[in-house]
Design a protein. Structure first.
Length: 171
């Protein structure tokens, strides 16, 4: 591409082809670990291809000042509710992860929700974590499951949505 640019553009760094950082993974994948699950001494893990909803957001209220028409004040309100979307995952059919989702979504409100802390890890091709986020006090609010195969003991989760209270971002 640099050969097609005029000479004066090739000398400007902004027009040069970007070099990807050395730590950029070949393929993205995410591992989700549910921490402190009741009856589980170790974290329960599942893998997903796509994660979204890792965000900090604050709602605002617009207030127009009387007599001043050039701007509107935006006053901060409470934090916006957060929803973590995990897409295209594969978990064991009898895992604690699936049991937790079923109890939360199919149990009605007869039993209290189990709020779980979880970690979302961006992993590289060798399955090493590159970045880790923490979501505290999460619980499932919606999930979509693909069809079951009789030859496999796994559940293919198309999408699961979790509400969570706070996000701990990587530093």
């Amino acid at each position: 591409m640099a050969e097609k640019l005029p000479a004066w553009m090739r000398s400007v760094a902004a027009f040069a082809a970007p070099t990807p950082p050395a730590e950029m993974p070949v393929a993205f994948a995410f591992r989700v670990s549910l921490l402190h699950m009741p009856g589980q001494p170790n974290p329960v893990t599942a893998s997903f291809q796509e994660v979204s909803g890792l965000e900090h957001a604050l709602d605002t209220e617009d207030v127009a000042e009387g007599g001043e028409n050039h701007f509107v004040h935006q006053l901060p309100k409470q934090p916006r509710p957060r929803r973590l979307q995990l897409k295209r995952g594969l978990v064991q059919r009898d895992s604690s992860f699936v049991s937790w989702c079923r109890r939360s979504l199919q149990g009605g409100l007869e039993t209290p929700l189990q709020l779980i802390d979880l970690q979302v890890q961006l992993i590289d091709a060798q399955r090493r974590p590159l970045m880790v986020w923490g979501c505290n006090k999460a619980y499932p609010v919606r999930w979509t499951i693909n069809g079951f195969e009789s030859q496999r003991n796994e559940v293919a989760i198309e999408e699961i949505e979790l509400a969570y209270q706070t996000l701990v971002s990587p530093t």
